[in-house]
Design a binder for this molecule. Structure first.
Ligand code: SF4
Ligand code: SF4
Length: 367
């Protein structure tokens, strides 16, 4: 049966570990009508993975997923590129492609890798805010948004909506002017939702490496619905995640579990019987109360001057322009009031000189 997007989220569990990625994709997308529902011959398709390296690098399963999605779209007659601009792109995204073996894997399938850092950009306005977005991304007929960072009680970005943040070219990120008196977590979420509203990925797939069971895949034409399900799987009230709340309030998708159809291997947490799972925040900490608690759960970057080599990579990777070399200070300074806790500096520092300082409440919540 073919179900109409955007309110359906399909979930697939790899129970045997014997299926290929292609088989798993086919099983996952079947309740949504298969890949042919999204890809038509002659389309230009951008596959947007998350190439941000964690402590264990970029998982090979995620790269394989990106390549297989690209291969299937290409076989359906689309012109496909794979592109992302993670923080490490500042040190050369081509090097990252090699290090992760993405170049080799994509090359084997004849897939083009898009260097977002070197792409021409076009200014895009969202209300009074201007973003400089890569032209090939803006002009793509379809964006397949592959995310892998989950959503939890302290999430600033993550999930499918947050993953769109990675299309901003590093060197232009600071030019996405965002002004106004607004908390950092709200500002970060609003930037993600701004970008999401412009680009509106047509297909969103999440591989659940951040969840307890590493074998989940979930997909939807509605990224907001997908994030709502992912947050619920993590035991979090989706409406306490600013990106979900803003996007659903803007009519960009559905942010209430009760209004989303789930298909496939639906876990208890999001099944009909399990609805109402309220997780860590108890499902009641919205609005002002959530803001007040959120302001106590702070995690801020700090620079260890003993390790810093003054290479400046963190300065150019910071989207908020928060890292500066002040004339009256030795070494670099991070301006707290500007920092939006995106962790690009932490991820991009080649000397591991930027560490995370957590508030007392953040340590209690996330260790
Ligand atoms: S903190 Fe890291 S990235 Fe920034 S200047 Fe120092 S060594 Fe370079
Ligand atoms: S200083 Fe703050 S805003 Fe800038 S890259 Fe680091 S975490 Fe992001």
């Amino acid at each position: 049966m073919k179900l109409e997007p955007p309110s359906t989220v399909a979930i697939s569990v790899d129970r045997t570990d014997l299926l290929s990625t292609t088989d798993r994709l086919a099983a996952l997308l079947s309740p949504l009508g298969g890949l042919s529902t999204f890809v038509r011959p002659g389309m230009t398709v951008l596959v947007k993975p998350d190439l941000t390296a964690g402590s264990d690098g970029v998982p090979e399963t995620h790269l394989e997923l990106a390549v297989q999605v690209g291969r299937l779209a290409q076989a359906a007659g689309a012109k496909v590129a794979i592109g992302d601009s993670p923080a490490l792109a500042e040190a050369g995204v081509e090097r990252l492609w090699k290090q992760t073996r993405l170049e080799e894997m994509a090359g084997r399938e004849g897939l083009h890798l898009l260097n977002i850092e070197k792409s021409a950009t076009v200014p895009v306005a969202v209300e009074t805010r201007i973003y400089y977005l890569p032209q090939p991304v803006v002009e793509a007929d379809l964006i397949v948004n592959l995310s892998r960072r989950g959503l939890n009680a302290t999430s600033r970005t993550g999930g499918a909506i947050g993953n769109v943040f990675g299309v901003l070219p590093g060197f232009h990120m600071g030019m996405g002017a965002f002004k106004g008196r607004i908390s950092q977590s709200r500002r970060m979420a609003q930037i993600a939702v701004d970008l999401f509203s412009v680009l509106q990925p047509g297909l969103n797939i999440f591989d659940a490496l951040d969840l307890q069971n590493p074998a989940w895949l979930a997909a939807s034409a509605d990224a907001v619905a997908l994030d709502t399900v992912i947050a619920s799987l993590a035991g979090v009230d989706p409406q306490t995640i600013f990106s979900i709340r803003y996007a659903s309030e803007a009519g960009l998708g559905i942010g209430w579990l009760e209004a989303i159809a789930t298909e496939g291997d639906v876990p208890q947490a999001v099944s009909r019987g399990g609805r109402g799972s309220r997780g860590l925040t108890g499902g009641v900490l919205t609005g002002t109360v959530a803001d007040a608690i959120g302001s106590l759960v702070t995690m801020k970057p700090e620079i260890d001057p003993a390790r810093c080599s003054d290479c400046g990579i963190c300065i150019s990777s910071c989207p908020a322009g928060a890292i500066r070399c002040l004339p009256d200070r030795i070494g670099l300074t991070i301006e707290r009031r500007l920092c939006i806790s995106c962790w690009r500096c932490h991820e991009s520092c080649p000397k591991a000189a930027i560490f995370v300082r957590k508030s007392w409440l953040a340590r209690q919540l996330v260790g």
